[in-house]
Design a protein around this ligand. Structure first.
Ligand code: A2P
Length: 340
């Protein structure tokens, strides 16, 4: 059933290259795959799974005849071209934050709210990477036991900031003696005036600050979680931190459920059988999720589940996944699979 013409906007980027890989690896029924990027990349050859593709510049006509267009080239490019693609007949699956909080645009994690896809009007938003792994891990618990409150601290990999951020980490990593003064040009955010080295560091800022004192990344986690769970009254708070890991976001999640008397074993049973989740929780064997070993793997890993000592319905868990895969490319491709 090779019936779908596909385009990837941002095909040379950290997420775009993974979207291509996932489409090919999962044998997505594509009749054609068009790789789009900026004019700078026009003519570049990209090989994946034994197939060769030539990158084209993104222009409005690029979307003629396209059925599904994946966007991962930054919010401005999505705002510039997404409606154009829809007008030319494509369904857009957007990886940026451009449309996530627009009321009638579905924000979708297939394991959590696939039904919301039915209401799309041409654009479907892929949530923020940190939100995806958190809601995937919380959903089996929320569904059976209810959810009142979530407090999350993230430990996020540099690949979330694009290929240049990975290069910056690599360059700084072999400059140990000068680690506090190493040249930094990208992180925490291009929107700011100061840049800090990421190697040997932890930066408690991802994206710009809002007047509330939260960063935009933290607000994304808060607002997107409420939208996906369709619960404006859910209490959610977040602290997002960039750490010197290439790929794989980690999250320490505190949550309060509705149901008293729940045990850690009850939660483990729910997570063990949940789609997309691997339970890795055996303290006696020092077994728990770590980003170094989640890189390149599709699953969301959950471990360190324990009860809060002082709150009757409070628990903690540690959740890790590859931010470029389930956090971005894989989730987008799963959305496309649901569509067709
Ligand atoms: P290019 O490589 O031509 O600059 P990342 O976030 O990993 O750095 O990737 C960003 C992606 O967005 C790249 O594929 C990049 O292409 C693409 N991009 C940047 N500017 C544009 C543009 N004006 N039109 C289309 N794609 C763009």
């Amino acid at each position: 059933m090779n019936t779908v013409n596909v385009a990837i906007v941002g095909a040379t980027g950290a997420v775009g290259t993974k979207i291509l890989e996932k489409l090919l690896e999962r044998k997505f029924p594509a009749k054609s795959i068009k790789l789009l990027a900026s004019k700078r990349s026009e003519g570049i050859e990209i090989s994946a799974h034994g197939q060769k593709f030539i990158v084209e510049e993104t222009v409005p006509e690029s979307f003629d005849g396209i059925d599904i267009a994946f966007f991962s080239a930054g919010g401005n490019i999505s705002k510039m071209f997404a409606s154009e693609a829809v007008a030319r007949g494509a369904v857009v699956i957007d990886n940026t934050s451009a449309f996530r909080m627009v009321e009638d645009i579905p924000l979708v994690v297939p394991e959590v709210n696939p039904k919301s896809l039915a209401n799309h009007k041409g654009i479907i938003a892929n949530p923020n990477c940190s939100t995806i792994q958190m809601v995937t891990a919380l959903e089996p618990i929320r569904e059976k036991l209810g959810l009142k409150r979530v407090i999350v601290s993230t430990y996020q990999a540099v690949s979330g900031a694009g290929v240049e951020a990975i290069e910056e980490l690599e360059n700084q990593s072999n400059q140990f003696e000068t680690r506090a003064t190493n040249e930094a040009a990208l992180l925490p955010t291009g929107a700011g005036e100061r840049f800090y080295p990421i190697a040997f560091n932890a930066i408690p800022q991802i994206d710009a600050f809002d007047s509330s004192g939260y960063t935009l990344e933290e607000l994304k986690m808060i607002n997107e979680t409420k939208k996906i769970f369709e619960n404006k009254d859910l209490h959610v708070s977040a602290t997002c931190v960039r750490i010197p890991v290439v790929s794989g976001h980690s999250e320490s999640i505190y949550f309060e459920i509705d149901t008293e008397g729940t045990t850690v074993e009850d939660l483990k049973k729910l997570l063990e059988n949940a789609p997309g989740i691997v339970l890795q929780d055996d303290p006696a064997q020092q077994s728990y999720p770590m980003p170094l070993f989640a890189e390149g793997v599709d699953d969301v890993f959950v471990g360190r589940i324990r009860k809060d000592p002082d709150h009757p319905t409070g628990f903690h868990m540690w959740v890790v996944t590859d931010n470029l895969l389930k956090g971005a490319a894989l989730n987008s491709v799963q959305i496309a699979e649901h569509l067709i």
